[in-house]
Design a binder for this molecule. Structure first.
Ligand code: SF4
Length: 450
């Protein structure tokens, strides 16, 4: 790696799936205010729904998600009862006409940890409470080890058309080091029966920076993954935060590739996927030409939300489940992260939101700039400032703040427009950071840029 890039690669940067980022949300957010925001959603507003299922069959050592391995299914079953109570309560607050849900996403954890009947119960509650549009995108994250051809058919009958699962790396020695044994044949078989069941879109997650990975192993995995022709792939760098995620202590620091190797692994994966015909989308996504994500990227209508890059343009995001984050026109709402706290609040008939943030006009402007940078790799902050009712010279200090990035070749400034060249897409968050006025450097709060 060019040594000019090293300080940027080593910098802690947020993922910018929202601005301000979740660490800025205030604790002790009043549940009655959350209710008020939900009740004020326009009766005509289009809706997106996110459901968080914080359970898995087995813990992968690299996992950074909010999840756990229950010792009995009863815990999950009780969780579903409470989810349904919260969905019903929220539906009575939101009101308005039914049939406004354009996107529905089950994330986790492993949503398919739930039995089909429980997934069906949650879906029925959402449909009864808010109603799905006829062409709603209904998606779920899954672990292919939890799937069978019969389950795939049932999920397709429920209306799911998109599925995403973690592949990470096909090399057995790497899989052993991360406690996720999932052979290529299993993934290939699952992909095949999901398509037969009617799933029109399959997404694989790949990772770099895992213990035991090399440039050769990630290249082979990328090539094998592309052979299965998933419509989309996401490629994430492993974030080693054992002080925050205790199970990551199972991964030895000595097994982890250094920053330069991580950078090259990311570049090698990108080269393999592009050679296989995939288009690079945003910071870390790839899609086949013609995929809606690729079309949105080409049209500059791509969006970024808590699930990553998306075509979702809904007016409000309703979220259900422990730790889940929603968004209303006023700002962000996050449910209690602790499942016990979340359960107690719902049992008490309260809104389970414990954290939130009301957006200011300036937050909205900066959020828009950061989103366009993350999606388009180019933005004219002065033009957006004027559009949002601010002075054209609001960001007059940007050339000074970006001087180091410009000299490293990561950013370019032409007039008032800022761009990041494609070969430096891994550093887009370093440039976005310049527009983040809430960012407070703190050790171990965010992952490294690479
Ligand atoms: S299946 Fe996914 S959510 Fe569950 S432990 Fe593994 S990485 Fe984490």
């Amino acid at each position: 790696m060019d040594k000019k890039l090293l300080p940027f690669a080593l910098r802690d940067v947020p993922r910018y799936t929202s601005y301000p980022t979740a660490v800025q949300f205030a604790g002790d957010f009043p549940p009655v205010l959350a209710d008020k925001w939900l009740a004020s959603i326009s009766p005509e507003a289009s809706l997106s729904v996110y459901v968080h299922i914080p359970f898995c069959q087995q813990l992968c050592w690299y996992c950074g998600c909010h999840t756990s391995v229950p010792n009995s299914y009863e815990r999950a079953s009780r969780y579903v009862d409470l989810l349904i109570r919260d969905i019903t309560r929220t539906a009575s607050l939101v009101g308005g006409k039914k049939g406004r849900v354009q996107h529905l996403h089950f994330g986790g954890g492993t949503p398919t940890y739930l039995a089909d009947r429980d997934i069906g119960r949650v879906l029925a509650a959402i449909d009864k409470g808010f109603g799905l549009t006829a062409d709603a995108e209904v998606a779920l994250e899954s672990d292919p080890r939890t799937l069978t051809p019969e389950r795939a058919s049932t999920l397709a009958q429920f209306g799911f058309t998109r599925i995403s699962f973690g592949v990470q790396d096909f090399a057995t020695p790497v899989q052993m080091k991360i406690n996720r044994l999932q052979p290529y044949g299993l993934v290939a078989h699952a992909t095949e029966f999901l398509r037969r069941a009617g799933f029109s879109s399959v997404n694989f997650d790949l990772m770099y920076g895992l213990p035991g990975q090399t440039q050769e192993s990630v290249a082979k995995t990328a090539w094998q993954a592309a052979e299965l022709q998933p419509e989309r792939l996401s490629v994430f760098g492993y974030a080693h935060v054992p002080w925050f995620k205790k199970h990551q202590k199972m991964i030895s620091d000595a097994d982890l590739p250094g920053v330069s190797e991580r950078y090259h692994q990311a570049r090698v994966i990108e080269a393999e996927l592009r050679a296989a015909g995939y288009l690079a989308i945003g910071l870390d996504h790839f899609a086949l030409p013609g995929d809606p994500l690729a079309t949105a990227a080409a049209n500059r209508t791509l969006r970024r939300n808590f699930q990553g890059y998306t075509t979702d343009v809904s007016d409000a995001l309703l979220s259900f489940g422990a730790s889940a984050i929603g968004e209303t026109p006023q700002g962000f709402l996050q449910a209690a992260r602790d499942t016990l706290n979340w359960s107690e609040r719902i049992e008490a008939g309260e809104n389970p939101v414990t954290r939130g943030l009301e957006l200011t006009a300036e937050d909205r402007l900066r959020a828009r700039i950061i989103e366009r940078l993350m999606c388009d790799f180019t933005v004219d902050p002065a033009a957006l400032a004027v559009k949002h009712g601010f002075a054209a010279d609001t960001f007059a200090d940007m050339p000074e703040k970006l001087a180091e990035a410009v000299s490293a070749g990561i950013a370019r400034i032409e007039g008032t427009r800022i761009s990041v060249p494609h070969e430096h897409r891994l550093f887009i968050r370093n440039v976005a950071l310049v527009f983040d006025q809430h960012f407070q450097p703190a050790p171990n709060r965010h992952a490294k840029a690479v």
